[in-house]
Design a protein around this ligand. Structure first.
Ligand code: 16G
Ligand code: ZN
Length: 534
């Protein structure tokens, strides 16, 4: 077939470095940008096949998110704007590593019974990394090698590309598949909300900064944004951004904070956000994904009650969610809480089972999902002329919330607008938000092992089923501490085992260390034995 000849010819321009193995992991492909050209070309091929297979537009985002600027990677986006179905991740890995490209390609076509004469459409976007332009061209080459149509959105945030894909495949029902469409949808609903405060935004020197700037003209005066780490000087994700702030528990380097003011940080592709402030004693306070989920779910639950709508609100977290947040949500707010495996797609999937579900990872990636039935009920109520003012107000606020939220994936820009609206509507300061519950002291550590697959987990990663004795040891260590919890899991992005521990005091550090030692001894630790933190 002519198509395959074209693939063969073009693939010579995108050779695979010998001996390199890539893995399509939790959030797509990722490695040093130098080694990615062939993989990008091949993912262009895969996206085209996926498009033929689903008879819908597929998205390809070139980014390595919160990772160093020297890295790059790619995320594939399915028709409704969700991350690519796990069954296809395996094909992505196979294709990226194939020595005989055509054989693997034909194999996928046969297995999925893909009609090669079906039209294909692929949307492509990229972040601000210096390698992204070249790598996104390789993706476009892959699409055209299989006769697919492509649309290059150029510089966009990851969630913006997710949004475009969904708009396209719902024929505009979700919105217009342009940046203008995105800003108008989010900002229009925002216009109806009372907001008028200053917020400082750390753009991680990345795409989020460019896009916040672009959005400002749509925002009118409701929200005053002061942008820092806007990419004009600093390096992407370096000493700044959501991941740095969350992991280091401190503000971006070199940035002076005013006590009591609100700050937030995006990550390098603007799909994560965390908030923070310093108090009058200069103490730093972080409001992570757990605090954000609490704020959003509380707000939504109250509005649904005021509107008299019988819709269930759930919060989906991961094992990393601070125990205090889970306790508060279950016992004080009385919302349903579910725990999912780490990785956005797992949370998203779990959230789809509820009327209204807020999902967040502690690291700041999250959004809200409304079921179709829930959206319909809310819209009907908002248009009902026979309801009282309180119900009307609640229904309209819920309707605006649906529009301000990017339901396809966690979106720093959309989350920021929603959080700002909630704080304004409730007349709540960042300190009051923070005071809703107090985080339990916690610690995360990494352990190097010969093979991280030695650890296998169950119960949304909260319990280890192998190696033998691992979970019993963790249990007995946890028992020595008060209000303690700990778990171990193999990382999905690095060749290590992660350890998490929390307790009523900073003795969480000691617990995390003891559990690390147990991992080192029972799961084939390599290098030096973990040392105590203090
Ligand atoms: C990826 C995931 C993130 C998760 C992290 C865990 C997406 C878009 N990103 O970055 O959600 O928290 O992996 O990494 O799914 P780990 O497995 O190394 O702990
Ligand atoms: Zn990201």
């Amino acid at each position: 077939m002519a198509q395959f000849q074209e693939v063969e010819k073009q693939s010579i321009m995108h050779p695979k470095p010998p001996g390199l193995t890539l893995h399509y992991g939790t959030a797509g492909l990722r490695t040093n940008a130098k080694h990615l050209d062939h993989a990008m070309f091949r993912m262009g091929l895969l996206a085209t096949l996926r498009s033929k297979n689903t008879k819908a537009t597929i998205g390809v985002m070139v980014t390595a998110s919160h990772n160093p600027e020297e890295d790059n990677g790619l995320k594939l986006i399915d028709p409704m704007g969700e991350m690519m179905a796990p069954a296809w991740e395996h094909y992505a890995t196979q294709l990226a590593n194939a020595d005989d490209l055509l054989t693997v390609l034909k194999d996928i076509i046969e297995k999925e019974a893909i009609n090669m004469s079906q039209e294909a459409n692929v949307f492509v976007g990229k972040d601000t990394r210096s390698s992204s332009a070249r790598l996104s061209q390789a993706v476009l080459d892959g699409v055209s090698a299989l006769d697919g149509h492509s649309k290059d959105y150029g510089l966009v945030t990851t969630p913006q590309l997710h949004y475009m894909v969904r708009c396209q495949n719902t024929k505009g029902k979700y919105g217009e598949a342009t940046l203008d469409g995105y800003y108008s949808k989010l900002c229009q609903s925002f216009d109806n909300l009372p907001v008028s405060k200053l917020l400082s935004v750390d753009g991680a020197n990345g795409i989020g900064a460019l896009k916040v700037r672009e959005m400002e003209s749509h925002l009118k005066k409701e929200l005053q944004i002061s942008l820092f780490n806007d990419g004009s000087q600093g390096k992407l994700n370096y000493q700044c951004g959501a991941d740095f702030v969350k992991v280091q528990q401190k503000p971006p380097t070199g940035f002076k904070m005013n006590p009591g003011e609100r700050y937030c940080s995006f990550d390098g592709d603007a799909d994560r956000i965390v908030y923070y402030y310093t108090d009058s004693e200069g103490q730093f306070h972080l409001l992570d994904g757990d605090k954000i989920a609490t704020l959003m779910s509380t707000f939504l639950k109250e509005l649904l009650e005021q509107a008299g709508l019988n819709l269930k609100v759930a919060v989906v977290q991961t094992a990393y969610a601070n125990g205090s947040s889970t306790h508060y949500l279950e016992n004080t707010m009385k919302v349903i809480v579910r725990c999912a495996k780490t990785g956005v797609k797992h949370l998203h999937h779990a959230a789809q089972e509820f009327d209204v579900a807020v999902y967040f990872e502690s690291n700041g990636h999250g959004t809200v999902l409304f079921s179709e039935a829930a959206e319909e009920k809310i819209c009907q109520l908002a248009e009902d002329p026979n309801i009282n003012d309180e119900k009307k107000r609640a229904a309209l606020l819920l309707q605006n919330t649906i529009n301000v939220i990017n339901q396809t994936v966690g979106d720093a820009i959309s989350d920021m607008l929603f959080i700002e609206a909630i704080l304004a509507i409730k007349g709540m300061s960042v300190q009051q938000w923070d005071a809703v519950y107090a985080d339990l002291p916690n610690r995360q550590l990494k352990v190097k092992v010969a093979d991280r697959r030695a650890i296998d987990t169950t119960d949304a990663e909260r319990r280890a089923v192998s190696p033998p004795g691992m979970q019993d040891t963790v249990d007995s260590l946890v028992n020595k501490y008060k209000q303690a919890r700990s778990f171990v899991r193999p990382s999905g992005t690095e060749d290590i085992v992660r350890v998490y521990a929390e307790a009523d005091t900073q003795s969480a550090d000691a617990l995390a260390h003891e559990v690390s030692l147990a991992v080192y001894r029972l799961a084939g630790g390599v290098g030096e034995e973990p040392k105590p933190l203090h």
